[in-house]
Design a binder for this molecule. Structure first.
Ligand code: SF4
Length: 407
């Protein structure tokens, strides 16, 4: 896979060495067991796959290069480039300005943009409507484009099934930048509706099965369907694509459920289901699959707690948290600073969308075993800082150096 020029401040020599060693030992990526880092009273089980993915490194390389090469020009990002506070802060400190927040709320009016400005499209991609606004201002929207190729692959899949007269159901968070972009591209080609989770998929299937009055659909899915969507006609032939960072098991369950509902409604079987249900497999990206599989592998080992590091608004990170918290106490933190001492930690509850202050962090034991991973937009340097902080709290001062030497 291509390598990118990412600022060294985001790298961790220790983690780079661990990843390289694991890669050499397991070229086909079949081993999802964690790496054991034994520091005596602290044992860290580091996930097999975590941290910056292809799309994030690509976006960082383009954004930092653009800043470097365009001194004196005004540089804007449509919204956060990736969902990591440190990376976004670093770009802001270099003078980059965000036009919108992650929910799509305008921070800088379009009127303030001029043809000579530079606008960077984030890794999530953007909507065709926004591309149109930029073009009208004389700004080439795709000149500084960091849209991840794995996101574009979803758009292509939607277009492909649209070409075969299927409508598209997008499994994604309706307000997430990527889902808004995918919705915009898909609806250009075919009727499109977004479902955020299994509960919504079940409610949508009620319309497929004729269990609900069609007129209710428009209120129930308000803001989530394309203009002119005809619930009686447009759910007769469908395909499911998804935001690249959703939970793999949920995406599979939703596709299976919709497929089953179509089978039931039209009395189809495995031989002829393709007449009304497009086989898209899933459109999750490789990083989402690898990172979730690595967490599942890590969870096979006994441990006291899990720490997941990443931006609080990061979708892929929240799904890693979701997997961990089914099994053991899990702390979702954005940086090492969130660890106050052995007992206290500030961590994010993504169900309630708030940061909590917990007083029961590390257990009082002779040996504490911690599962550790991070999201696809989290720099490895932050994960190393977290390890260092935990070691410090246990009075271990040269642990990282010792482990690095042993690799
Ligand atoms: S998480 Fe996947 S789709 Fe998103 S930027 Fe990374 S590789 Fe691309």
């Amino acid at each position: 896979m291509k390598t990118f020029n990412v600022p060294v401040i985001y790298r961790s020599p220790l983690i780079t060495a661990i990843k390289q060693k694991r890669k050499q030992q397991d070229k086909m990526k079949k081993d999802f067991s964690p790496t054991h880092l034994d520091f005596g009273p602290v044992k860290i089980l580091l996930a097999r796959h975590f941290g910056f993915c292809y799309g994030v490194e690509n976006a960082i390389e383009i954004a930092f290069k653009t800043v470097e090469e365009n001194e004196g020009k005004r540089i804007f990002l449509l919204s956060e480039m990736i969902h990591n506070p440190q990376v976004n802060q670093d770009l802001l400190s270099r003078g980059v300005q965000f036009i919108m927040d992650t929910q799509g709320k305008q921070l800088i009016p379009w009127d303030e943009l001029h043809a000579e400005d530079i606008v960077i499209i984030p890794a999530f991609g953007t909507t065709l409507e926004i591309e149109g606004i930029l073009k009208a201002k004389g700004i080439q929207p795709l000149q500084y484009n960091t849209t991840c190729p794995f996101v574009e692959r979803v758009w292509n899949k939607a277009e492909q099934i649209a070409g075969k007269s299927y409508s598209v159901i997008v499994h994604g968070k309706p307000k997430h930048e990527e889902t808004r972009a995918t919705f915009s591209h898909s609806r250009l080609h075919t009727p499109t509706v977004v479902v955020k989770d299994m509960a919504e998929a079940v409610r949508l299937a009620d319309y497929i099965l004729g269990k609900k009055e069609p007129s209710q659909f428009y209120e129930e899915f308000k803001g989530q369907y394309s203009e002119g969507f005809n619930v009686e006609k447009d759910l007769q032939r469908v395909g499911v694509v998804n935001q690249t960072t959703m939970l793999a098991s949920e995406t599979q369950a939703i596709a299976d459920f919709i497929k089953q509902s179509i089978k039931e409604r039209y009395q189809l079987d495995d031989a002829n289901i393709g007449d009304r249900f497009a086989d898209t497999r899933d459109t999750l990206c490789y990083a989402t699959n690898d990172n979730q599989s690595a967490v599942i592998g890590m969870l096979q080992e006994p441990a006291d707690l899990a720490i997941v590091v990443g931006g609080y608004n990061s979708s892929n990170t929240s799904h890693l948290v979701e997997l961990c918290e089914e099994h053991l106490p899990t702390f979702f933190i954005s940086s090492a600073d969130k660890i106050i001492n052995k007992q206290e930690v500030l961590h994010y509850d993504f169900h309630r969308h708030e940061e909590l202050h917990s007083l029961q962090f590390l257990p009082e034991k002779d040996t504490v075993t911690i599962l550790l991973t991070s999201g696809a937009s989290c720099p490895d340097a932050i994960v190393e800082n977290v390890i260092e902080k935990i070691l410090e709290l246990h009075g271990i001062h040269d642990g990282i150096t010792q482990i690095s030497r042993s690799l």
